[in-house]
Design a protein around this ligand. Structure first.
Ligand code: TXA
Ligand code: MG
Length: 320
């Protein structure tokens, strides 16, 4: 199969209607999309991604009214959050209706729903009469793609089409929240900050990282892992870092005096955490292709998207 990259909505639409898998842009990362209501189409996603079937998928739609078609309960806080942050990098876990195949949710009774903030994909979703199930468009366990070229690099020959929406504006995956007894529980830190969530929903509970989180089975510790040995250090450890020659450092905005400049990769020289998040996966990918002996990342400030960045860096380091 030849993989084509393009901006042809009609082509994407026809392929999806034929139950094929198409790469689509979102504001967070690129997704590997198929008709969420058709098990045969969804099965292809798992095959292309080499993803285990116990890892449920996120279902994408274009409006809150659409989400209502697929869920049987709509807690007040879920509605409040969706109204405040959709379209946007927010995924809500809601009790599913029977139209959502069990394959999508891995047998769970909740379905993950989100409205992406990406104009091409929103147009596509409006033109389809079914929602799109889509995990991030990377092989299972690898860094998520934030450009069409990233998707092509890893899935060339495995999918017919990649809809090119340019590079992703947010750069880390959506924040996943669930609802229990009027409480908001965060299962994955992501592109919507905790500060923003709490401003609208009040105090939230954050489920800490675990390798076998029974509620979100896909949140394995070793996700987002580059193949190069990867280590995470604190800012104070970085100050006295003894970096080997064929290695590199990922940092936020400050050059380390102890490391040659050409071995340092700053994600936002002007110190903007949103910009750093946008650049994170592309830089991890770039460094992973340089045959380095080691990549060292310096912890980010634990505010705003810094929390989601640290979460991804911890997971990348956990494999090594
Ligand atoms: O930003 C994003 O969310 C991107 C774009 C493409 O939308 N998608 C994405 O999908 O990151 P994926 O499959 O890489 O991660 C989805 C996560 C998985 O860890 C999965 O376990 C969790 O969502 N998930 C999906 N449905 C769930 C459910 N019903 N209950 C708990 N966790 C769920
Ligand atoms: Mg993923």
């Amino acid at each position: 199969m030849q993989t084509i990259i393009g901006k042809d909505l009609n082509e994407a639409k026809i392929l999806l209607q034929r139950n094929e898998v198409v790469g689509i842009p979102t504001e967070t990362v690129y997704g590997l999309a198929a008709n969420a209501l058709n098990s045969e189409a969804v099965l292809k996603i798992f095959t292309v991604k080499e993803r285990p079937h116990f890892d449920p998928l996120i279902v994408h739609t274009h409006a809150i009214g659409e989400i209502e078609k697929y869920v049987s309960e709509f807690p007040a806080k879920a509605r409040m959050l969706l109204e405040a942050f959709s379209p946007g990098p927010l995924t809500v876990l809601l009790r599913k209706k029977a139209v959502i195949p069990d394959l999508v949710t891995s047998g769970l009774d909740t379905v993950a729903m989100r409205i992406p903030k990406q104009e091409l994909s929103l147009q596509l979703l409006r033109q389809l009469d079914f929602p799109l199930a889509a995990p991030s468009a990377n092989p299972f366990g690898y860094i998520s793609p934030t450009s069409a070229a990233h998707v092509y690099h890893q899935l060339n020959g495995k999918i017919p089409y990649i809809l090119d929406g340019g590079s992703c504006q947010v750069g880390v995956e959506s924040t996943i929240v669930g609802f229990e007894n009027n409480q908001v529980i965060v299962y994955r830190l992501g592109g919507l900050s905790l500060e923003d969530l709490e401003r609208v929903a009040g105090t939230v509970i954050v489920n800490s990282i675990s390798s076998s989180n029974p509620v979100s089975p896909g949140l394995l510790k070793s996700h987002y892992a580059p193949r190069t040995p990867f280590r995470l250090v604190t800012a104070s450890e970085a100050a006295s870092l003894n970096l080997q020659k064929n290695s590199a450092v990922i940092g936020f905005n400050e050059w380390l005096p102890v490391v040659p400049k050409d071995q340092q990769f700053l994600l936002s020289e002007k110190g903007n955490l949103n910009e750093a998040a946008k650049n994170l996966f592309a830089v991890m990918r770039q460094l992973d292709q340089m045959q380095l002996d080691e990549i060292v990342a310096v912890e980010f400030p634990e505010i705003g998207l810094g929390k989601a960045i640290n979460d991804r860096l911890q997971r990348a380091a956990a494999k090594h």
